[in-house]
Design a protein around this ligand. Structure first.
Ligand code: OXT
Ligand code: ADP
Ligand code: MG
Length: 590
């Protein structure tokens, strides 16, 4: 291997070449590396197996998964954590389709990701002549991502990668698809021309300074506030303007409500944190500042009894996406810009406006939060065997308090909802979960990306159903020897493990699993540490040992099958059947 002597182009644009020739494989690797992308989340196969090998040979980190969906989730979480697009690489048709869910999820979560998929011969695919893994992947990808591009000539790789990076991270971030026909990878390119074709993307996500008129309007709304509230979302966490966000919140003195993945941007233990008074602040606030959070289903679309009297609120919204404004409710003061710039402009304008929250409101919020926290603290102190969620999550809470640098990954229904409110997060971007779609199966991919991208240890708290969507990736965790401790909340089923077959037949209920499943043996099968924990004390010993050792560990935490609720906190979203109410005594009566 030699690096092309390219005197007429900047030296950083090096094409990996032999003699005066390179090829599509190496140009693609060079293009990614030139733009600071050094990790690929991958599943090998025709036509990209060698691409992975060559990338590794060229010093990239190539993390191979067992299923593309998890490689894709990992790439999207890498994007969330680093503000650079995470790259997932898949084979054609079935591998591509497996990755597509993750690409769509990245777009839904507004996270930058690029999915690069090998594809079959264009001329055969386009005539539907039955090629190996034939599929028009470009067309299939388009509805599920922010942008989709296909390469035909290796000479275009530089520009295509640049375009993909810009699309992924500019404005509202999202998933981008890059289609690479296998034949293109093998194309030979003259080395100097190849080096010249590479593009180093310059500042693809430039700051977007909001209009002063928008800031002035927001200040006017804030001045009139008697019961203000700041809602912080994962868009704010993504922006990485942690200091300026904190300054704005503290300077305003307003109570703040963190959405799930914005927890830790300011610590959950912060005196202005209103997480434990959620119902109260949503209902009684009069001015709500939305900061990188959409007013979607997670906030009941800003309407309904959760939000108090109709018309009783005025919204200020900070978002990079102009079209987000007025999507569900009227926004009195839209501020279009990046979170950091918008917060800075607000801070500057607040100085003169004399913004401060009425003490009475803060006291009211704190009284409610303190009362809720006291009630919760009492529930967490139990050593029941089998465990309930409170006892088990009390241990997880202690473990994160004692190890605040550990990244918490969390999915499930009860396991998710209860963990979110019980376990305090102390640092920005230290909680990763099911996101806007509430998707099960993000756990292992997210945990792997968090460990790879940050070098920190990870605690993955997984419902047993959620874990089932991604459990095979524990082999990946062991293979790369990652410091991930997975705790499976094993209640024998989805929501609860005590369901019965309403038809009375021999098949089990639709929501239950094999009772007493030995999840810890899956970890042992691949050389990791497997532990069974039946009480909070046993769980504590196992979690602390895992965090100390950094060894891949799976703790099978036995939870009372009766302890959960249907759909956790969102049971109200299930449609009801008038027939069922009369026919089946077991049917929900809510
Ligand atoms: O103020 P009030 O009094 O109201 O109290 C609130 C807070 O103030 C208080 N609180 C606190 N108190 C004291 N101290 C502290 N620190 C504190 N913090 C808060 O607590 C209450 C509640 O607060 P919270 O949580 O903030 O508020 P709330 O009302 O819950 O917030 C509303 C929401 C909507 C924002 C919140 O609930 C939320 O974010 N929810 C997300 C829900 C979600 O996304 N769920 C996942 C999907 S469910 C379902 O779809 C599942 N599936 C189907 C499926 C999916 N999803 N995906 C795929 C690919 N296929 C299928 C499946 C299969 S879940 C599932 C598996 C489930 O089984 P598992 O075995 O995995 O899990 P288990 O259930 O454990 O068995
Ligand atoms: P949550 O689920 O935490 O409520 P959402 O995913 O609904 O958060 O909302 C995130 C919002 O943040 C999106 O509307 C997105 O456009 C916005 N966003 C993403 N990045 C930035 C940024 N750098 N600056 C401002 N807004 C951003
Ligand atoms: Mg369960």
């Amino acid at each position: 291997m030699a690096v092309a002597n390219v005197t007429s182009v900047p030296s950083e644009k090096e094409a990996t070449a032999v003699g005066n020739e390179t090829d599509g494989f190496h140009l693609l690797i060079d293009a990614l590396k030139l733009n600071g992308i050094n990790t690929i989340y991958n599943v090998p196969g025709i036509p990209i197996t060698d691409l992975g090998r060559y990338a590794q040979a060229q010093g990239m980190r190539v993390i191979s998964f067992r299923h593309e969906q998890h490689a894709g989730y990992a790439a999207s979480v890498a994007g969330f954590l680093t503000k650079k697009p995470g790259v997932c690489m898949t084979v054609s048709a079935p591998g591509f389709m497996n990755g597509l869910t993750a690409l769509a999820n990245a777009t839904t979560n507004c996270w930058p990701m690029i999915m690069i998929s090998g594809s079959s011969e264009r001329e055969i695919v386009d005539l539907a002549q039955g090629d190996y893994e034939e599929m028009d992947q470009l067309a299939a990808a388009k509805p599920f991502c922010k942008a989709a591009y296909r390469l035909t000539y290796a000479q275009d790789i530089g520009i295509a990668v640049a375009r993909a990076i810009r699309s992924a991270v500019s404005g509202r971030p999202g998933g981008v698809y890059l289609d690479i026909p296998g034949a293109m990878l093998g194309q030979v390119v003259e080395a100097v021309e190849a080096a010249r074709s590479l593009v180093k993307v310059i500042e693809p996500a430039q700051r977007q300074i909001p209009a002063q008129s928008a800031i002035d309007r927001a200040i006017e709304v804030m001045k009139g506030a008697k019961r203000p509230l700041i809602v912080i979302g994962k868009g704010a966490a993504y922006d990485q303007s942690d200091e300026v966000i904190r300054e704005l919140v503290e300077k305003s003195g307003y109570p703040f409500l963190p959405m799930s993945m914005a927890k830790g941007l300011l610590p959950d233990t912060h005196p202005q944190c209103a997480a434990a008074a959620r119902s109260l602040v949503l209902k009684d606030s009069d001015v709500v500042i939305m900061m990188g959070a959409r007013i979607n289903w997670l906030l009941s679309h800003g309407k309904g009894k959760q939000w108090g009297e109709p018309g009783g609120k005025r919204f200020v919204q900070l978002d990079i996406e102009a079209e987000e404004m007025d999507s569900n409710v009227e926004i009195a003061a839209p501020i279009v810009g990046d979170i950091g710039s918008s917060c800075e402009a607000l801070i500057a304008a607040m100085d003169e406006a004399g913004i401060a929250p009425p003490k009475e409101w803060l006291d009211q919020v704190n009284t409610k939060a303190t009362s809720n926290m006291e009630k919760m603290a009492a529930r967490l102190r139990n050593n029941n065997n089998p465990m309930d969620y409170n006892g088990a999550l009390g241990v997880i809470k202690e473990a994160i308090n004692d190890n605040p640098d550990t990244i918490l990954v969390n999915e499930g229904a009860n396991t998710l909802d209860m963990c979110r409110s019980i376990v305090n997060i102390h640092k920005p971007r230290h909680r990763i979960d099911v996101g806007t779609w509430g998707v099960m199966g993000i756990g292992m991919g997210s945990a792997i990306a968090a460990a790879i991208e940050t070098g920190k240890s990870v605690l993955a708290v997984e419902g047993d159903s959620a874990f089932g969507f991604c459990g095979m990736e524990v082999e990946t965790v062991c293979r790369y020897n990652l410091p991930i401790c997975t705790v499976v909340f094993n209640n024998d089923g989805i929501y609860k493990g005590d369901g019965t077959n309403w038809g009375g037949g021999d098949d089990p209920s639709t929501t239950v699993f094999v009772k007493g499943s030995r999840y810890e043996m899956m970890m042992e099968a691949f050389g990791g540490v497997g532990v069974v924990a039946r009480s909070p004390d046993e769980l504590r010993t196992a979690v602390y040992a895992a965090l100390k050792s950094g060894k891949p560990t799976l703790i099978n935490a036995i939870i009372d099958p009766e302890a959960g609720k249907e759909s956790g906190n969102i049971g109200n979203l299930n449609p009801t059947s008038v027939v069922a109410q009369r026919l089946y005594p077991q049917a929900r009566k809510d």
